[in-house]
Design a protein around this ligand. Structure first.
Ligand SMILES: C[S@@+](CC[C@H](N)C(=O)[O-])C[C@H]1O[C@@H](n2cnc3c(N)ncnc32)[C@H](O)[C@@H]1O
Ligand code: SF4
Length: 381
């Protein structure tokens, strides 16, 4: 393993939204009364500067500004942050820089300004094109606003993703078909289709809405999504990820290939391979106020740990097996301390169960392994 050859990304977390959605367990909070943007950007810059030695002069291949709703950041504040990134880190000439947006916060002038700052990929949380379902999801926007946001995205960004959720309360297969038609018509370069999950500590977990489709219907919904998007020219390259030719999300692809990433922002996690081959994981303070206080005084990092050799097999497999085409066998020794010999018992068991191919030419799940993905991943625990 040679640390300097592992691709390096940067994740930036913005922790606020106009309103908290009842299904969402991301580290996102309703906007406070007082505008904290300036102080938060100061904290991000202070946090970022402490990570400079960790990058060891390696160039960034991608930046992902996620949340929360980062489309709430005023362009001049985002500029301040990006200037700090560009002054402290080397970047690849074809760096991908993504910003997440909520259609209820879209503004043409802001989007143009983001584009001029170097943001070259937008990821918008549409969730649904159906007004009734959007209401059930507690979204701040309706269908009309979603369509308007898509038009602005089309005019401003050549490369953009839409997030859509399915298996929604009361949703029928026919309604999902309509969602797919509209998502395809939006002509995005990438679509993420997420099955709604009931996450602990969300309003939906406490007061579960009626009409969540049964497992059999969900299975048919998954097939409908995959079949329809395949016919529309999207490559289903990851559990929830569908891309037009060569428009993979480079940032997420780096996570799934067990690449490295620096991070800054409330609750943000980083994973860095150090020069001696040690894999270091760091997590930042979760609450925005506490994060800002720590970032501006000492360190924003609340926990850090070294990933032991025993943990590396599971962490590696958890990521790479999400990729439909998997990864080459050599990637294991390029990204971890392990060789195939170290994990041969788990691989043999996976092959015996029909979850991995035999003989092994790539690290990849079979069709059956794809259907039982978490069982397959757990074999490497
Ligand atoms: C950080 S949000 C994206 C941008 C923006 N915050 C928004 O919602 O418009 C990430 C995405 O995760 C998905 N998501 C969030 N909670 C989910 C859940 N419980 N089940 C499935 N998908 C979920 C949504 O599709 C959402 O767009
Ligand atoms: S807008 Fe996005 S991040 Fe914010 S609460 Fe809703 S789904 Fe979560």
């Amino acid at each position: 393993m040679i640390a300097s050859e592992i691709p390096l990304s940067l994740y930036v977390h913005w922790p606020w939204c106009v309103r908290k959605c009842p299904y969402c367990d991301f580290n996102s909070h309703a906007l406070p009364q007082k505008d904290l943007t300036h102080a938060y950007i100061d904290a991000l810059i202070a946090d970022l500067e402490k990570s400079v030695p960790l990058a060891a002069n390696r160039p960034l291949i991608s930046i992902f500004i996620g949340g929360g709703t980062p489309s709430l950041i005023a362009p001049q504040e985002l500029e301040r942050f990006l200037n700090a990134v560009f002054s402290h880190f080397k970047t690849n000439p074809d760096i991908e820089i993504t910003l997440e947006a909520n259609p209820g916060t879209v503004d043409t002038a802001h989007f143009k300004a983001y584009r001029e700052l170097g943001i070259n990929r937008l990821s918008m949380g549409i969730q649904s094109f159906n007004d009734t379902l959007l209401k059930r999801l507690g979204r701040i926007h309706n269908r009309e606003e979603a369509l308007r946001a898509i038009r602005i995205a089309q005019e401003t960004f050549e490369n953009f993703n839409l997030d859509v959720m399915f298996a929604l309360p009361g949703q029928t297969l026919k309604e999902l078909e309509m969602e797919l038609t509209e998502a395809i018509a939006a002509q995005s370069t990438h679509l993420s289709f997420y099955q709604l999950t009931l996450e602990p500590n969300t309003v939906f977990a406490k007061h579960t809405p009626e009409g969540i489709p049964d497992p059999d219907t969900i299975y048919r919904m998954q097939d409908l999504v995959a079949g329809t998007l395949d016919a529309a020219g999207f490559d289903h390259y990851e559990v929830s990820g569908y891309t037009k030719p060569n428009r993979y999300c480079q940032h997420n692809l780096n996570y799934w290939q067990f690449g490295d990433y620096l991070a800054c922002g409330a609750g943000a996690h980083s994973k860095i391979t150090l020069k001696d081959g040690t894999i270091l994981r760091e997590a930042r303070f979760m609450q925005p106020e506490s994060y800002m206080k720590h970032a501006l005084t000492d360190s924003a990092v609340a926990h850090k740990r070294i990933v032991t050799k025993e943990e590396q097999a599971f962490e590696f497999m958890l990521n790479v097996l999400r990729l439909r085409k998997g990864v080459p066998l050599e990637l294991l020794s390029q990204r971890t301390y392990l060789s195939l010999e170290d994990i041969k018992d788990s691989i043999q068991e996976a092959q015996r169960l029909g979850l991995m191919q035999e003989p092994l030419s790539r690290i990849v799940a079979t069709e059956k392994g794809w259907d039982f993905l978490s069982d397959l991943q757990e074999l490497f625990l």
